[in-house]
Design a binder for this molecule. Structure first.
Ligand code: PEP
Ligand code: MN
Length: 362
């Protein structure tokens, strides 16, 4: 499906870069000039009002920074984008000629705030980018997009920036790839942009995540770039210099989405047939496994034993992870797969154990 126009997003990848926060006029202009010279980006980002988890951290320079962004436009020709979290931010950004607004992850979670922003931009022809909410709730993300659409905004892009997670992972915000994949399925018309910086939380994984986003057919990237990353006033660990950014973009491999080459189509078709056969086999095996769960349920019922047996479940997980490792399956995948199987097994056992005995009809 054709994507809706968004500032030339079809020129893939659509690149957005700039500091996490605007700190000083000199810092903003130095980064913008370097990025403009490289000629890769279409949009310059800088946070003016910063949502911080704890009070006392740097909360942004405020409207003063908008003058610096106006200078960026005048002196480099780059278009600019800032995060807005309320109507006041919208009015200020518009007053200073900001070209694109973005809604941050902490704002997308709150329909009141999103509606306030939607009402503030009603009747104004400005493109808006909407980050995923911090919690993995696709409806909330889609709902925010719809609020902006209902306010008459036609140029909208989604930004995938990852999700908060209760366990420690190698990411700052776990990507949960199934979320953007489902968003793309539900809204194939919307451009989607990958925020590799906030997913990673460090410099070392930026390329890996950006490449994965490109391989999922994302349309662009938004990346934090700073002239002196280690000294940045916010998100120092994940920022890179303009030169490092140039290198990163140079290393990205861009693959075409599809082809009509008959040789390719024939080969891929043959491989897909084999995959379909294996998926069928997996489902058959799972069906048989659940019949065994039914037997176990009946047996436990007869002996009045409860369904959940934590030691047994622990043992299944541990051996599964080890066996998975030997077969090149990641522990995350094995745990997710076995948890789903276990839940389905519990559902089967629950049905068997609580089934009303069929009354005997004489
Ligand atoms: C940001 O882009 O600097 C930012 C605050 O991001 P997020 O809303 O993804 O936390
Ligand atoms: Mn940041």
């Amino acid at each position: 499906m054709q994507k809706k126009p968004f500032m030339g997003v079809e020129k893939r990848p659509f690149l957005i870069a700039g500091p996490c926060s605007a700190e000083t006029e000199g810092q903003v202009l130095s980064i913008a000039k370097d990025l403009a010279k490289q000629g890769e980006i279409s949009l310059f980002r800088a946070g003016i009002w910063k949502p911080r988890t704890r009070p006392g951290s740097f909360e942004g320079v405020g409207s003063e920074g908008l003058k610096w962004l106006r200078r960026v436009k005048e002196e480099t020709g780059l278009k600019t984008t800032v995060e807005v979290a309320n109507a006041h931010h919208v009015y200020e950004a518009l007053k200073f000629g900001v070209d694109v607004l973005w809604i941050g992850a902490r704002t997308t979670v709150n329909p009141f705030s999103v509606q306030e922003i939607a009402d503030a931009v009603r009747g104004i022809d400005i493109p808006v980018m909407i980050k995923n909410p911090i919690n993995p709730d696709l409806e909330l993300w889609l709902g925010a997009i719809e609020r902006l659409e209902k306010a008459g905004i036609t140029r909208i892009a989604a930004i995938h920036r990852g999700f908060s997670h209760h366990t420690k992972t190698r990411y700052r915000n776990i990507p949960l790839w199934e979320m953007p994949i489902e968003l793309i399925r539900r809204r194939p018309d919307l451009p989607i942009i990958g925020d590799n910086s906030h997913i990673c939380g460090n410099r070392h994984m930026l390329l890996e995540v950006a490449q994965q986003q490109m391989d999922l057919n994302f349309d662009g990237l938004i990346t934090e770039v700073h002239c002196n990353p280690d000294e940045a006033w916010s998100d120092a660990k994940q920022q890179i210099t303009p030169n490092q950014y140039h290198e990163l973009i140079g290393k990205l491999v861009l693959r075409t989405k599809s082809t009509n080459d008959p040789q390719f189509l024939e080969t891929i078709e043959a491989l897909r047939i084999r995959i379909d056969e294996i998926d069928q086999e997996v489902l058959n095996i799972l069906g048989r496994r659940m019949q065994l769960a039914d037997d176990i349920g009946r047996y436990k019922k007869r002996n009045n034993i409860s369904i959940l047996q934590p030691e047994r479940w622990n043992e299944i997980l541990q051996t599964g992870v080890e066996k998975g490792r030997q077969r090149d399956l990641s522990p995350e995948f094995v745990i997710q797969l076995l948890s789903s199987i276990h839940q389905e097994s519990i559902r089967h056992q629950t049905l068997v154990m609580n089934a009303k005995d069929v009354p005997v009809v004489s």
